[in-house]
Design a protein around this ligand. Structure first.
Ligand SMILES: Cc1cc2nc3c(=O)[nH]c(=O)nc-3n(C[C@H](O)[C@H](O)[C@H](O)COP(=O)(O)OP(=O)(O)OC[C@H]3O[C@@H](n4cnc5c(N)ncnc54)[C@H](O)[C@@H]3O)c2cc1C
Length: 685
């Protein structure tokens, strides 16, 4: 198994002439060609926890200019008025969106063969061309720049639809539009940049987002790719890992570190880079557990010249730009999770009705039935969360950064569980590939592929662990704002005294409000209990009470652990997960009420919201219990034991097929010595 990595022992770079053939312009012996000379290898920068935190903190948006339902929820204030009545799209937006969905559905049904993408591990070029003709690469781009100008609601519906035909194609379009070049340009680009790039991107030039490096995953403070000012340009050097779309991309957003110098404030900065620029090499196409059609690569930059005019925003603003882009960009991933849930439900319904074992359809066995109910209820709630967040993003009335982050976290975790239950419900067929099923003459249901394809959602665009921290940071922000100096080791006694007085005044006003509220008033939220429908008012009262309990628990933990709070990741993770359940319950109830008004489906919607809330309450109650009754302390001791090697005897009796290669490839800076596997898809150009 070992010895296959081309990055383990990089061969010495060959001389320029040997690589590129005779070049009359190449330097003569003794001169150094800056394009091919290897760079001095800098020692890998040592980055401590404090610095990592500072970088993340600096990238945070600090201001809360608009109300946020989720932020209030974490503070014990259930502001149902911020999400109810459910906002709705404008008539014109809806018409345009529905028209596009009709065309896209026809395309998915007739032109996309998801099984072929999986089999060949490639999206056929003609499918990409067809998507271009449809305008799918410019769904969110303004009409003025040649895009379709769809709202967030319809963009997400389109992703759910395409993702159901082929998750890899969903990922292609989402990486291009949600994190690729169009979105940061839309938010932060100059007029000239918009005029130059947006029409190209809307027509179908493919874009990618390049932040991750072999040594940079969740921690951008370690970013090593550099952008050194050189006249009116910057020179980029470094290696980027796992660049979705990178293999076929035309335009890249690259995050690189500008060194501080005179006239340059420096810092991590975002650039638009032409993928065909000299010095850009896609050295490898990565292969994964799922999303086999993904054109994901390793991209090397060697003295790549990028005009300063292609810098997005000021120097040092790169991470903030990336995070702000993700405020709504994060919604595309849960959109595809919603699509996955709908598909799981369809297959579960059809299969469990016809498969008979032990004298009845398997759906009628309670152990299977509970899984079907979970899939139906969760799909309803995920769609409720997604549509609510998307509509709020379109309205721009509320701040939705926490809600979108919850949608990503909750959507990816729940979709994974749903797909896992589907595999279980399908029995042995759940584990069998679609091709194998078809070869035996059965319906080609790709349940195992769905599970594999969904798994990455819990890792990329902010892993579950990082999302927990990110959301927890916002959840405790009010406390840090008023009492942060109290627990800051760098503050002096005077600062602490002032902070103590301010905190005392704040908590004297805030804490009494957490004692009681509408959740204790019988009949509160009565409009959510119309006659002939399930009673959702009881769940909203629960949310109100639980929101106050959540805030009390957070406050208690802050006063107990103070500066050590940020290390209590398991506790914080549970706080966030409770908040996610409460938000999903609220969204489900509000959506049910919306559907009741929309005619026809109100009763069923109420029933689904009711069952979802009951399931969510059980999960939330368990999480509340586990806030204070858990194995966190002893787990920490076990980790010490594991890392100290005290239990290695437990590992005896196996072999380890992974061999002894390096855990993280050494990526020396310098010119590429590998063939360029960049493969732009432009058959007609
Ligand atoms: C298929 C695929 C596509 C991708 N596409 C792109 C792309 O287009 N562009 C791009 O830039 N990147 C991309 N990535 C990279 C992806 O975003 C990273 O994998 C992700 O950010 C996690 O980083 P990492 O893998 O280095 O994990 P690490 O950061 O090494 O983390 C390892 C584990 O530790 C946890 N962890 C790390 N730090 C902390 C902490 N402070 N507290 C608690 N837990 C922590 C993580 O959650 C994880 O469980 C892609 C990756 C894959 C596999």
């Amino acid at each position: 198994m070992s010895g296959t990595s081309r990055y383990r022992a990089r061969p010495e770079p060959r001389p320029a002439r040997e690589r590129a053939g005779p070049d009359p312009g190449s330097p003569t012996r003794g001169e150094v060609d800056p394009m091919t000379a290897p760079l001095e290898k800098e020692p890998r920068p040592k980055v401590g926890e404090r610095e990592s935190r500072q970088v993340a903190e600096a990238a945070r948006e600090r201001d809360w200019r608009k109300p946020s339902f989720a932020k209030e929820l974490f503070l014990g204030r259930f502001r149902l008025d911020l999400i109810h009545p459910h906002p709705l799209p404008a008539v014109d937006d809806r018409r345009r969106g529905e028209e596009f969905l009709t065309r896209l559905r026809a395309f998915c049904e007739t032109r996309i063969d998801g099984a072929r993408v999986e089999r060949e591990a490639k999206i056929p070029d003609e499918v990409i061309e067809g998507l271009r003709e449809l305008g799918a690469f410019g769904m969110k781009t303004d009409v003025a720049y040649g895009g379709l100008g769809l709202t967030q609601v319809y963009y997400n519906k389109a992703l759910a639809l395409v993702g159901s035909a082929s998750p890899a194609i969903g990922a292609l379009l989402s990486a291009h539009q949600s994190i690729g070049v169009p979105q940061p340009l839309k938010l932060f680009g100059t007029q000239e940049q918009k005029d130059t790039f947006l029409p190209r991107l809307a027509r179908g030039d493919i874009s990618a987002f390049l932040l991750t490096e072999p040594d940079v995953g969740s921690d951008p403070a370690r970013l090593a790719t550099t952008a050194v000012p050189d006249g009116d340009d910057y020179l980029l050097d470094g290696v980027k890992l796992w660049t979705t779309n990178g293999v076929v991309a035309d335009l890249l957003v690259v995050m690189a570190r500008v060194p501080r110098s005179e006239g340059h404030r420096g810092g991590i900065t975002a650039f638009v880079v032409e993928a065909a620029s000299e010095g850009v090499t896609v050295e490898h196409r990565n292969a994964f557990m799922g999303l086999r059609g993904l054109e994901n690569g390793v991209t090397r930059f060697h003295r790549v010249r990028v005009p300063a005019a292609h810098r997005i925003g000021p120097e040092g603003a790169g991470l903030k730009i990336a995070l702000t882009t993700l405020n709504t960009g994060r919604l595309s991933l849960p959109a595809m999770c919603v699509g996955a849930g709908k598909w799981c439900l369809k297959i579960a319904r059809e299969w469990t009705a016809v498969r008979e074992q032990w004298g009845k359809p398997v759906a009628r066995h309670e152990a299977v039935g509970t899984k079907i109910s979970f899939i139906a209820a969760t799909t309803f709630a995920l769609e409720a969360v997604l549509d609510l967040c998307s509509q709020m993003a379109d309205e721009d009335r509320n701040d939705i950064r926490i809600e979108a982050a919850i949608a990503k976290l909750y959507g990816s975790e729940m979709a994974w569980r749903m797909a896992d239950e589907l595999v279980q419900i399908r029995g042995g067929r759940g584990y069998e590939t679609a091709d194998s099923l078809a070869a035996r003459g059965e319906r080609a249901v790709p349940a195992e592929q769905m599970l594999r394809d969904l798994r990455i959602n819990r890792i990329f665009e902010g892993s579950t662990e990082i999302m927990h921290l990110l959301i927890a940071r916002e959840a405790v922000d009010a406390h840090l704002t008023v009492a942060g100096d109290l627990i800051d080791p760098d503050k002096n006694l005077g600062d602490k005294a002032r902070a103590g007085a301010a905190a005392g005044a704040y908590y004297a006003r805030w804490l009494p409000k957490l004692v009681t509220g509408a959740g204790r008033v019988p009949g509160a939220y009565g409009e959510f209990h119309p006659s002939g429908h399930a009673d959702l008012s009881v769940h909203l009262r629960y949310v109100e009470r639980a929101s106050r309990k959540l805030a009390r628990s957070t406050f208690y933990a802050m006063s107990r652990w103070q500066g050590r709070m940020e290390g209590k990741q398991a506790f914080l993770g549970r706080i966030v997960d409770i908040g996610a359940e409460l938000f999903a319950m609220s969204a489900a109830c509000v959506r049910a009420e919306l559907l009741r008004g929309g005619g026809g489906r109100g009763r069923e919607a109420y029933q689904l919201a009711d069952v979802f809330c009951r399931q969510a309450r059980l999960r939330a109650d368990e999480l509340f219990d586990r806030l204070w009754s858990n194995t966190d302390d002893i787990d920490r001791r076990v980790v010490d034991g594991v890392l100290a090697g005290r239990y290695t005897w437990l590992e005896e009796g196996i072999v380890d097929p992974s061999g002894d290669g390096p855990w993280i490839a050494e990526t020396e800076p310098g010119p590429s010595v590998l063939p360029n596997v960049h493969r732009p898809v432009h058959p007609d150009r």
